[in-house]
Ligand binder design. Structure first.
Ligand SMILES: Nc1ncnc2c1ncn2[C@@H]1O[C@H](COP(=O)(O)OP(=O)(O)OP(=O)(O)O)[C@@H](O)[C@H]1O
Length: 348
């Protein structure tokens, strides 16, 4: 098996998630199906970006993949396979505690601002390690954190600081290091750069690259609404719309040759891609994302899609392509391998 990645050597499958379905219970019999039949895979050394408008289900997918979901969010079904070890998810299935933090670790949205201001960084480091290794000695835990900081060229003296003594960028880097102290295989980072200035974003992304190259972690799922950031960080990108992955593929393929009408519109509304593509304009996306308590029938994007055909409102769209590069779309079915950017109705 071979694949190219900009970061390190890609060898084999790290994560295979299939048929994930998760819903928020909203009282009585009602629920919001925020992740609906999502399947993704990640190879070792890869960064998979998850992009989509607000409310498309990105953070919910991150919570499911990291096994950090809590009521009112319930995982209804699905399967995770990490390096050959299989975990079935669903009602009554309690995920093994060891997976959380050790196999998959979540760097949640807003993590750097949620750490208690009354604890020093070394206390957090001890807490992270002690949560999984109850017998861990404080001095050994802090030593491990010191070594890890040094390994990533961060000053170990930050262990003596309180969170407010660190700049925003340094705080996010330190929180990222703490979230990987248990050497998880997979890091799920939810909007890790959204509160940072451009230079701090770049430094954090370089640190993630360093973590992959040093094999501190083996893969990253990078959730963001910030497409220019994904352009610099992701090897592959999955585009989510209304709880579903509508397109997935190599980052540059998605950015320059989107197959799905939603991806084309989303990416071109914010990214400045290659010059030959930049001249083409994809129409803005009219309307707003659907209410997931009652999503449109068949293709969920059809009410907003300029390429919609009758069948789009009648039958679920097929996945055109393969698991590494597909578009879930009837238009793609009629135009296999064709980019929506080449179509006059949307390219203008
Ligand atoms: N606690 C909750 N109860 C009910 N519905 C919820 C809850 N949290 C999220 N949702 C709904 O689930 C859907 C997916 O939300 P999610 O936060 O995963 O989207 P997102 O793509 O991460 O958005 P953002 O970029 O704004 O964080 C949305 O329709 C949202 O309204």
């Amino acid at each position: 098996m071979s694949a190219t990645t900009t970061w390190g050597t890609t060898t084999g499958s790290l994560l295979r998630a299939s048929g994930l379905r998760a819903a928020y219970s909203t009282g009585g019999d009602t629920e919001v199906m925020a992740v609906d039949d999502v399947s993704i895979d990640l190879r070792e050394g890869e960064v998979l970006g998850i992009a989509g408008e607000s409310g498309s289900g990105k953070s919910t997918l991150g919570a499911v993949l990291s096994l950090t979901h809590r009521p009112p969010l319930y995982v209804k079904s699905g399967e995770l396979e990490v390096e050959g070890e299989i975990l079935r998810l669903g009602a009554g299935q309690e995920p093994p505690r060891l997976w959380r933090g050790k196999v998959v670790s979540l760097l949640p949205q807003g993590a750097m601002n949620s750490i208690s201001p009354t604890l020093r960084i070394r206390d957090f480091a001890y807490d992270v390690i002690r949560a999984h290794e109850p017998g861990a000695k404080r001095s050994e835990a802090i030593d491990r954190a010191r070594q890890r900081l040094t390994q990533l060229s961060l000053p170990p003296r930050v262990l003596d600081y309180y969170p407010h003594q660190l700049s925003g960028g340094m705080k996010q880097r330190v929180v990222t290091v703490l979230s990987t102290l248990l050497d998880p295989k997979l890091l799920i980072a939810d909007e890790p750069t959204s509160a940072l200035d451009v230079s701090s974003q770049r430094i954090l992304i370089e640190m993630l690259r360093d973590m992959l190259e040093q094999r501190i972690i083996s893969g990253v799922i990078f959730v963001t609404h910030d497409l220019p950031v994904l352009n610099t960080v992701a090897d592959r990108i999955a585009i989510m719309y209304a709880g579903k992955v509508v397109e997935i593929g190599a980052a540059q393929e998605i950015i320059n040759r989107a197959w799905h009408p939603y991806s084309g519109a989303l990416l071109n509304s914010v990214l400045v891609p290659e010059p030959q593509v930049r001249r083409r304009r994809v129409a803005g996306i009219p309307g707003s994302p659907p209410n997931l308590a009652n999503p449109p029938k068949a293709c969920r994007f059809h009410p907003r899609c300029s390429l919609a055909m009758d069948i789009c409102s009648e039958e679920d769209p097929p996945e055109v392509g393969d698991e590494r590069r597909f578009s879930a779309c009837w238009w793609s079915q009629s135009n296999p391998g064709k980019s929506v950017l080449s179509v006059s109705e949307v390219a203008g």
